[in-house]
Design a protein around this ligand. Structure first.
Ligand SMILES: Cc1cc2nc3c(=O)[nH]c(=O)nc-3n(C[C@H](O)[C@H](O)[C@H](O)COP(=O)(O)OP(=O)(O)OC[C@H]3O[C@@H](n4cnc5c(N)ncnc54)[C@H](O)[C@@H]3O)c2cc1C
Length: 480
């Protein structure tokens, strides 16, 4: 017989959104069960850069930056070309300053250069991106002690335990969850409210194309981001949306031996022209250029990549560029690069362009013509793609090519929710099944783009908000 426990609230996933949800609910006196599949808390915060965004913080005011949630809202909608969900963006930007103030009041190790305008994603018009000195771990350093304190009180944490089924009654109510414990036994937990904070599916190469219009997965997400929470919710009648709003991040090299996992984001090649102007050319799997490599808009480069076969491109250069240019791989040693060119399947080198094409599967004639056209542009100063940074031809053997991918930092699709973050079922919202974080789809808050800080900040804010709502507490940003 299955053992049954009853609590006020079940939180599925002890990550970016789940931890604050449990902390807030426990602070209001609720009995909370936190179910976490991994053997430690933290979720994606162990990998994330965790850049945050908020308009109208004390830190901005102290630096003379005039900003507000309204300006933040307008900028998110501009960057996303109005493809983000305006109701959810409104909720997120209204709560973002309170979330930042709460982090800072809790000892967040803010980088002294924050806030700033950053260029890895399409930039905001104002400095409103913040980050900790230890990236995601700085956020975890705030959450973990508060969560530990909650666990000494009314929170029970079950590690190594996975949500298997959301048990429903009727079309708009959940009774609780069935979970599988590390010893393989099943356990029912009944609850007044279930909050799903189980993250996305950007670590599941099988599920990814099904939820993202057939696009292949490449990225640095944790394999724990397997979408199992979304699958369980769909089995209970929930709907998925956002499949069509996929836009890859420009670049990323696979880990040696992996067919989808990229190296850590810190170890990506430097392809952002605001940080390092390109000396190389970028060519698709056939050997053709497809974009001005120095186009200042990352959105333009990402959209150009979306049209390339398998979202792949090779960064092609020569011996002189390897010697003279600022490092393409700033965090890699020359020895590590030599090892990669000797044995990593995404790295190729050859004595001439035809052999390079053979090694990479490109069309030899096309690659030779592409390089010749680029070299003419270096001489004339007139590039067919409008590139203006043309420092040197690609002419000196050996030649190099590094395979890059359109990569994914956050899964675009996710569970449809209403403006109160209630999961939408077959006939409207579930009364007591709520969701926050990447499980509601990264595109809900960034649209078909990546808006700085608009994953981690809303995950924290919405987690806190739902934890309080479960206890009937005030969720007005002013009270949080
Ligand atoms: C390398 C990288 C860099 C990033 N940089 C940024 C950035 O700078 N700014 C930004 O805004 N966003 C960034 N993102 C995205 C952002 O970090 C994530 O969207 C966010 O952290 C996800 O939070 P979450 O709470 O939804 O999920 P997570 O933090 O992943 O937590 C989900 C938890 O649920 C658990 N879980 C999953 N399924 C189950 C199940 N069935 N049962 C029980 N537990 C389950 C998981 O083990 C995990 O612990 C980045 C992502 C990556 C990968």
């Amino acid at each position: 017989m299955t053992e049954v426990t009853t609590v006020d609230l079940v939180v599925i996933g002890a990550g970016t959104a789940g931890l604050p949800a449990a902390i807030e609910a426990a602070g209001q006196g609720l009995r909370v069960a936190v179910i976490e599949k991994a053997d430690r808390i933290g979720g994606t915060l162990w990998r994330s850069w965790a850049q945050l965004s908020a308009g109208g913080t004390s830190l901005q005011r102290g630096k003379g930056i005039l900003d507000s949630p309204d300006l933040h809202f307008d900028d998110v909608m501009r960057i996303s070309k109005n493809t983000a969900d305006p109701t959810l963006v409104r909720l997120a930007v209204d709560h973002a300053p309170a979330t930042l103030e709460w982090l800072m009041a809790s000892g967040f190790d803010m980088d002294p250069d924050a806030p700033a305008v950053l260029h890895f994603h399409e930039p905001y018009l104002l400095p409103r991106t913040y980050w900790g000195r230890k990236a995601g771990e700085s956020v975890l350093e705030v959450l973990a002690p508060a969560f530990e304190k909650a666990c000494a009180g009314s929170v029970t944490l079950e590690l190594g335990t996975e949500l298997v089924t959301l048990r429903t009654s009727g079309v708009d109510q959940v009774e609780g969850v069935t979970v599988r414990r590390p010893d393989g036994t099943f356990h029912d937990i009944d609850a007044r409210v279930v909050i799903l904070t189980s993250g996305g599916y950007a670590g599941n190469p099988e599920l990814f194309p099904q939820f993202t219009g057939g696009s292949p997965l490449a990225g640095p997400a944790s394999p724990g981001a397997d979408g199992s929470g979304i699958v369980a919710a769909v089995a209970a009648g929930a709907r998925v949306r956002g499949q069509e709003r996929f836009l890859p991040t420009y670049g990323g090299v696979l880990k040696s031996g992996s067919r989808w996992e990229t190296v850590h984001l810190n170890d990506y090649p430097a392809l952002t022209p605001q940080s390092r102007q390109p000396w190389e050319i970028h060519v698709n799997a056939r050997g053709e250029r497809f974009v001005a490599e120095d186009a200042p808009s990352v959105d333009d480069r990402e959209n150009a990549l979306l049209d390339q076969p398998d979202l792949k491109f090779w960064v092609v250069y020569d011996a002189a560029i390897r010697r003279e240019a600022p490092a393409l791989f700033p965090t890699w040693s020359e020895q590590a690069l030599d090892r990669a060119f000797a044995g990593h399947s995404s790295f190729a080198t050859a004595g001439d362009l035809r052999a390079l094409a053979d090694a990479t599967g490109m069309d030899p004639g096309l690659l030779s013509r592409t390089v010749a056209a680029y070299n003419s542009a270096v001489v004339s100063g007139e590039d067919a793609f409008g590139r203006t940074h043309l420092p040197a031809p690609i002419a000196e053997a050996p030649f190099y090519a590094v395979l890059n991918h359109g990569s994914t930092l956050k899964s675009p699709a996710g569970l449809a929710v209403d403006g109160q973050l209630r999961v939408l079922g077959p006939e409207g919202p579930f009364n007591n099944l709520w969701a926050a974080g990447e499980v509601i789809g990264g595109s809900s808050l960034s649209g078909k783009s990546f808006v700085s800080g608009m994953s981690v900040t809303p995950a924290l804010s919405f987690g806190r908000l739902l934890g309080r709502r479960a206890a009937g507490a005030d969720t007005d940003p002013g009270s949080m």
